[in-house]
Design a protein. Structure first.
Lengths: 518, 370, 306
């Protein structure tokens, strides 16, 4: 079997990062080839290069032995490359057949819908991708929508399929069904690139696996001849956790007490199922989990941004289950939300207004509804100095600041209120090393002052080095609460994938998505 | 430049440029049909500001524009487009006129206040309650709902007086309401030319309203919350703002100002409802808010600008013979250029591209010569 | 009841529905491709004016009609350019077109034809009464002495439906109005499709205007559309952004106007009947009667990453 696709020495740099550093990869006829790597390892950059969304700085892509240059996805599609994006490119208001044939419809002027449906039906049968061609895409489940995406690729005569994190939005059953489809396609001779950060999935469907780390290809191995431990080590590099020196804990009384909390999303699907835990003053409680397992919905619910549909939230002895976000702030809860630009800041406001964003109702920033700009400016300038926000200009818009300084603005604002409980979600995402250290020091300092801190992070290392206790959430269910000092990363990994340690723990289900070096 | 200076320049630059573009195009149109643009614009300017009478007429015409424009600016600040101020204006007018002629023995200040409050409430209900609720709870787009409510409001005003037995029609052959009581009329400014041009103390109400709106938006927690909702609804929720409630409030206050404008116009100028419902103030006021970039003091300037176009247009037609409708053409062009704010960056980019192209070509030619 | 047996009521319904249905279907084309269009009112005025002018100059109402369509297409093209290429706020742009059109038509009317209006010798479009159905009850009432544009409108309803829902171009236009990014990655030219939608909309709106000036009358009046462009907007929404729906809504609204004409001087105030289109539209938007939902990408400019 020859190489269907070969990538040689492919390099792509963005300002400040070498996203892909001399990447080499071959894809053979009739294999499922997994690209395994953590978030940020360079997997999606590589896919975008192959799909014509980015242009490489250097290096070559060979398709069936011939060098190719794609200026746009259209060229890539034309050359026979099919890609299923993590976020589907579908039109919910149109039917399956409409979506599949769009851009290349049967007919001259008239659109032969029946013919399109027939073609789609035939394709479905050929590739065992069962879906009703006449159904409206918006009415289909996520798993079926994914089939439509795959059908779109084959309708355009794709000879090669790229699946970008295809299981991210699927239920376990849908994942199983997808794997059946992938194996069938492989047996039909379609080469498949399978992008994933989930070890067990790679082991389940791939023939070969290329591991990426920090923009480089580390190794290409045959899945059958390698162990999960090996792959995990390749993925994360040396297995060293940077432990931060912490002072001995001075545990205080229970401040946050949540019991059987349930949260539903807009479509009424349960996202958090019956979670209970307590957070004490003077501790950092980490909430670990793979992205999308309900941890962010849970903290949003504790902060009051989404409604709790069951259970109770008590804070400092009072029931706050049904308080508004503003009222919760008053009781002494501070919150650093996950997305600083979308939620944490008003980018068009200056720093003064952003720094009083959650406190404008209180003195001295306002009295009886009248804002005191003077007090706010004084306060802002003080915080800018104390938290070393740069540039130190209170009248600058938040949009003009770097990510690290934006995060400092939010932290400064939330900490300055002297809260009893600080909820922090993804506090170091996208920050550079120096800024990360600053944030970590700040959090530990608050803990030592006797604050309760609820930390949610996708960075397992950060979680393990900062937290005193770690609760692990999977599929909306709290699996266990463990002591951060003694727990191993393997054990947390198992819990994150929903397996419990029962002597026969399968290391292969270890999900290493979030195991990262600081 | 400091950020403040830069933002002022940015804020002023676009409206001024847009107006200049429009004036230049207008000049070309005027010249192309054989008139001298300088004379035409001169007569327009004279008609708007040439003597006390015309100044009075311009300021009088600016009152409803400023008041409604302020309301629309508040909605814009909250990220909402109140396109239906015309209807809110008329329901405000209905309410104020009704209060105005229904009582006879109230002291003047009380009667005026009651009439204006009635107009404000009517406008607020029309703009805020129905479109606001629909926006906040079922997500119906306020552009369409306020527009539809606006037509309903205008038709309601017509209904009030048009038919022989209409609710507010006074007996007789002319479709009009009774005159409001003389105590309830806003006094004219005590200068003869201003009395003739019907400039009432409404102009001060407009000025005060601008100051109030400025304070409201910049100096109160209410304004802070409105602006937060306008820029970022999720951050607003996080900041503890009740987003749905402030959506309703913003549209309601927007309608309140349109209703106030209706009241002031009725008490200050018209003194009764009569059968002319094509004021167009509600639409021009959108342009006022746009040109003012939602700055309350900008609304005063823009309001006077468009009122001047309208009063000056009449004189222009009489003096130079160019139809007054030219001013509508100018207004349309101003709005177009304000909307097309990407035009100048696009032109600049185009010039740069073409400049580069020429340069590259030049090098090639140079190469040939060598 | 007797009023319902009045043939004029039904002829009036269809006649009054025509200048609503044409721009409503035009707006449907525009909004289906993702460009919010409140400029129907202005484009109608332009169409009405150019139809009369060219009908007078050439002596042929058909050339007048052609001029109206051309002018409508041109102004729509400028609107589309600013909305699509410059990614301007489409509602504000629509207002600009409406104000500009009201000004320029009045301006041209006065400078070209003076202050006495368009000459009475202007030719208008022919009216047709189909002999075969003339004496059929109801149907015959509907079609009594209608302008050719009424028949053209009926044809356009069907053609537009076929075009939007049964042709390849129609499918593509609807796709860019729902998810332009997805359409773009499949090789569709989002901008060109949107231009097409807006310009078709302009032509149809101009036809609606021409019907007022050389269909019913043979003259142009300042602001003669009198808000019909906005009622057409309501008809488009009430008709759920479909040609048949728009036509149905236009018929309903036309019936309301015709009824209020027939009832002049009767017990039911005509102003209240005239509110009907707007009340129904608000109810439809708030979901009280059959929820109207706009195309997903309606009003959102699409920026090309090139």
């Amino acid at each position: 079997m020859g190489d269907f696709l070969a990538v040689t020495e492919l390099t792509k740099a963005f300002p400040g990062v070498l996203a892909n550093d001399h990447i080499n990869l071959t894809l053979r006829q009739g294999e499922v080839h997994a690209i395994l790597g953590e978030n940020g390892a360079g997997k999606s950059t590589l896919m975008k290069l192959i799909y014509g969304l980015y242009e490489p700085d250097s290096g070559e892509i060979l398709l069936e032995g011939k060098p190719v240059h794609f200026n746009s996805p259209r060229d890539a599609i034309h050359a026979g490359i099919g890609m299923v994006h993590q976020h589907f490119m579908l039109i919910p208001a149109l039917t399956v057949a409409d979506n599949v044939v769009l851009g290349d419809e049967p007919g001259r002027i008239r659109y032969h819908r029946k013919q399109a449906e027939e073609k789609v039906r035939r394709l479905s049968a050929q590739y065992k991708l069962t879906v009703d061609p006449a159904a409206k895409v918006g009415d289909l489940s996520v798993g079926l929508q994914q089939r439509v995406e795959i059908l779109k690729a084959f309708y355009r005569k794709a000879k090669l399929l790229i699946l970008d994190e295809p299981t991210a939005l699927l239920t376990p059953q849908e994942t199983e069904e997808l794997f059946v489809i992938i194996r069938h396609l492989r047996d039909e001779g379609v080469p498949i690139l399978f992008i994933s950060h989930k070890l067990d999935e790679v082991r389940a469907v791939a023939n070969r696996v290329t591991v990426m780390r920090a923009g480089k290809t580390v190794a290409t191995l045959s899945v059958a001849e390698t162990t999960s431990q090996q792959l995990a080590n390749l993925m994360v590099g040396r297995d060293v956790v940077l432990r931060i020196e912490k002072e001995a804990q001075k545990l205080g009384p229970v401040l946050l007490d949540i019991q059987n909390v349930e949260v539903h999303d807009k479509e009424k699907h349960p996202r958090v199922r019956g979670v209970s835990f307590q957070v004490h003053a003077g501790e950092i409680f980490g909430l670990a989990g793979i992205d999308g397992n309900g941890q962010f919905e849970l903290v949003d619910a504790i902060a009051g941004l989404v409604n709790v549909s069951g259970g109770s939230v008590r804070f400092d002895g009072k029931d706050i289950t049904h308080l508004s976000p503003g009222a919760r702030t008053e009781t002494g809860i501070a919150y650093v939300p996950q997305d600083r630009q979308v939620e944490g800041l008003v980018l068009n406001f200056d720093l003064v207004e952003n720094l009083i964003l959650r406190d404008y109702r209180r003195r001295p920033f306002s009295r009886n509804g009248w804002l005191s700009r003077q007090a706010a400016v004084k306060f802002a300038e003080d915080l800018i100095r104390r938290f070393d926000i740069r540039p130190p200009d209170a009248l600058r818009k938040a949009a003009d600041l770097s990510g690290g300084n934006q995060q400092k603005v939010i932290l400064a604002r939330e900490v300055a209120r002297d809260p009893k409980l600080l909820i922090v979600a993804q506090p170091t995402r996208g920050l550079d090393v120096g800024a990360i250290e600053g944030v970590h020091r700040q959090l530990l300092h608050l803990r030592d002052q006797g604050k309760a801190i609820l930390l949610v992070s996708l960075e397992l290392d950060e979680m393990m080095s900062l937290s005193d206790r770690i609760g692990v959430i999977h599929n909306g269910v709290l699996q266990d609460i463990v002591d951060a000092k003694t727990v191993t990363r393997e054990k947390i990994g198992l819990l994150m994938t929903g397996s419990r340690e029962d002597g026969t723990a399968r290391i292969s289900s270890l999900d290493l998505q979030e195991v990262r070096k600081p | 430049m400091t950020p403040v200076v830069r933002s002022v320049v940015r804020g002023l630059g676009l409206p001024i440029l847009a107006s200049l573009f429009a004036i230049v195009i207008g000049a070309i149109v005027v010249a192309s049909i054989g008139f001298n643009p300088v004379t035409v614009y001169g007569s327009l300017l004279f008609g708007a500001f040439g003597n006390l009478f015309s100044i009075g007429a311009t300021l009088s015409g600016a009152v409803p524009l400023i008041l409604i424009g302020l309301g629309i600016a508040i909605a814009f600040k909250a990220g909402l487009f109140n396109i239906g101020a015309e209807g809110q204006y008329w329901v405000g007018a209905i309410a104020s006129v009704w209060v105005g002629y229904h009582f006879n023995s109230l002291p003047g200040w009380l009667h005026i206040s009651l009439a204006l409050v009635a107009g404000m409430l009517a406008g607020a209900v029309w703009g805020g309650v129905i479109p606001g609720l629909a926006k906040a709870y079922v997500g119906a787009h306020e552009v369409i709902t306020t527009m539809m409510m606006s037509y309903i409001g205008i038709l309601l005003a017509q209904y009030m007086i048009e038919e022989p037995h209409a609710p507010m029609r006074q007996p007789g052959y002319i479709p009009e309401s009774p005159m409001i009581s003389s105590h309830a009329q806003l006094p004219f400014l005590p200068i003869k030319a201003f009395v003739q041009s019907q400039l009432s103390i409404g102009i001060f109400i407009a000025f005060i309203a601008a100051v109030v709106v400025w304070f409201l938006l910049q100096k109160t927690t209410f304004g802070f919350q409105i602006r937060t909702v306008g820029y970022n609804q999720r951050a607003a929720k996080y900041a503890g703002v009740h987003v749905a409630w402030y959506t309703i409030l913003a549209l309601g206050i927007s309608g309140l100002f349109a209703g106030l404008a209706g009241g002031v116009q009725m008490l200050g100028v018209a003194h009764q409802l009569n059968d002319s419902f094509a004021s167009q103030y509600g639409y021009t006021a959108i342009v006022v808010a746009l040109l003012a970039r939602n700055n309350p003091f900008g609304c005063i300037i823009a309001g006077i600008f468009f009122a001047a176009l309208s009063t000056g247009g009449q004189t222009m037609q009489q003096v130079s013979g160019v139809p007054a409708s030219l001013t509508n053409v100018l207004t349309g062009l101003v709005v177009f250029f304000v909307a097309a704010e990407q035009l100048i960056p696009e032109i600049r980019a185009w010039v740069r591209r073409n400049g580069k192209g020429r340069k590259a070509a030049g090098i090639q030619e140079g190469g040939k010569i060598a | 009841m007797s009023v319902l047996l009045n043939p004029q009521l039904w002829a009036g319904t269809l006649s009054l529905a025509t200048p609503l249905a044409l721009p409503a279907i035009g707006g449907t084309f525009s909004e289906r491709t993702g460009v919010v269009n409140i400029a129907m009112e202005g484009i109608m005025l332009i169409g009405a004016f150019f139809a009369v002018s060219f009908s007078y100059w050439t002596g042929s109402p058909w050339l007048g009609l052609l001029a109206a369509m051309t002018a409508g297409a041109l102004i729509a093209w400028v609107f589309a350019w600013a909305a699509i290429r410059l990614a301007s706020n489409q509602v504000v742009l629509g207002m600009a077109v409406n104000i500009f059109a009201a000004g320029i038509t009045a301006f041209l009317l006065n400078t070209i034809f003076g202050y006495n209006g368009t000459p009475p010798s202007t030719a208008s479009l022919a009216t047709i009464t189909i002999p075969a159905i003339k004496s059929v009850p109801i149907l015959g009432w509907f079609f009594y002495q209608q302008s050719v544009l009424v028949y053209l409108m009926l044809v356009l309803v069907v053609v537009s439906h076929w075009f939007l829902f049964h042709t390849r171009l129609g499918l593509r236009m609807r796709a860019v109005g729902e998810n332009p990014l997805a359409a773009d990655t499949l090789g569709l030219n989002v901008w060109r499709l949107r231009y097409t939608g807006v310009i078709i909309g302009g032509v149809l709106s101009a036809l609606g205007g021409a019907y007022l000036s050389i269909g019913i009358l043979n003259s142009f009046d300042v602001n003669m559309t009198n808000g019909r462009g906005y009622i057409a907007l309501a008809a488009m929404i009430f008709g759920k952004w479909t040609p048949f729906g728009s036509f149905g809504a236009a018929l309903l609204f036309g019936f309301a106007s015709s009824l209020s004409n027939s009832l002049q001087g009767n017990a039911i105030p005509t102003d209240l009947i005239a509110m009907l289109p707007y009340v129904l539209t608000v109810l439809a938007l708030t979901g009280i009667i059959g929820r109207s939902v706009a195309p997903a990408a309606d009003g959102i400019p699409y920026k090309l990453d090139r």
